[in-house]
Design a protein. Structure first.
Length: 202
C-alpha cells in the first residue's frame, strides 16, 4: 500500500514539474507599425506628402521657368499652370515630381522639362503638461519620448501615464512610463500630429 502511494506521489510530482516547465511567459504586446503610420502602407509614410504640407515646386527646362510654393489642400491636391490640379497627398516628393513631368508631357505642353519638389518645414505639436508647449520640428524616427523631451520635458503636474497622440480622426493612447522602458510602446510621431500630455489629479 505504501509503495503504491509512493509511486502515485512521484507520478503527481513529475506531472506538476512538467506542467511548470511547459508554462511560457506571455509574449509582449507589439504595436502594428503599419496601423500607426498616417499613410497606412504602400509608399514610405514618413516621406509621404500630407494635407496641409507646404511644398516648393520648381520646373526648369521651359520658358519661363515655374517656381512656386503650394500648400496641399483638403482634397490632397496642388494647383499648377496649365495642368491645374495634381494629386499630391500620399506621394513622396520624387514620385510627385515624375507625375508632374508626365502630366505636362502627356498634355503636350512641353516636350522636355525637369521637376523638383522640396518639402517645407514639417512640424508636430506637443501641448498640455510640458514645459515648452508648441511646435516641435519633425525628423524621421521621432518618437513620443523624444518629442516630449524636445518640448522641455514634463511640467510638475504631468500625468505620465496619460499621453494622447491625435492623428487626424484617430487617438492613440500612450503610457509614457511604459514607453520609456519598452521601445515597442514608444510609437513614432509624424508631421501634424498633436501630442497632448494630461494633468494629474493629485
Amino acid at each position: 500500500m505504501r509503495r503504491t502511494l509512493s509511486i502515485l506521489g512521484v507520478g503527481l510530482l513529475v506531472a506538476f514539474l512538467c506542467g511548470c516547465a511547459s508554462t511560457k511567459e506571455p509574449a509582449p504586446t507589439r504595436r502594428n507599425p503599419d496601423l500607426l503610420k498616417p499613410g497606412g502602407g504602400g509608399v514610405d509614410s514618413e516621406a509621404a506628402i500630407r494635407q496641409g504640407d507646404s511644398i516648393s515646386v520648381r520646373i526648369t527646362g521651359i520658358v519661363p521657368e515655374i517656381n512656386q510654393v503650394e500648400e496641399v489642400n483638403e482634397f490632397g491636391t496642388i494647383t499648377l499652370p496649365y495642368i491645374k490640379e495634381v494629386k499630391a497627398e500620399g506621394l513622396t516628393p520624387g514620385v510627385l515630381a515624375k507625375k508632374i513631368e508626365r502630366a505636362y508631357m502627356d498634355g503636350g505642353y512641353f516636350k522636355k522639362l525637369s521637376v523638383s519638389i522640396i518639402p517645407g518645414p514639417r512640424d508636430l505639436y506637443v501641448r498640455g503638461e510640458v514645459r515648452i508647449p508648441g511646435r516641435v520640428p519633425w525628423t524621421p524616427g521621432l518618437t513620443v519620448v523624444k518629442a516630449i523631451s524636445l518640448a522641455g520635458g514634463f511640467s510638475d503636474y504631468a500625468d505620465k501615464t496619460n499621453v494622447e497622440v491625435r492623428r487626424r480622426d484617430n487617438i492613440i493612447k500612450v503610457n509614457y512610463k511604459d514607453a520609456e522602458k519598452d521601445p515597442l510602446q514608444d510609437i513614432e510621431v509624424y508631421p501634424r500630429d498633436d501630442v497632448k500630455v494630461g494633468r494629474t489629479l493629485f
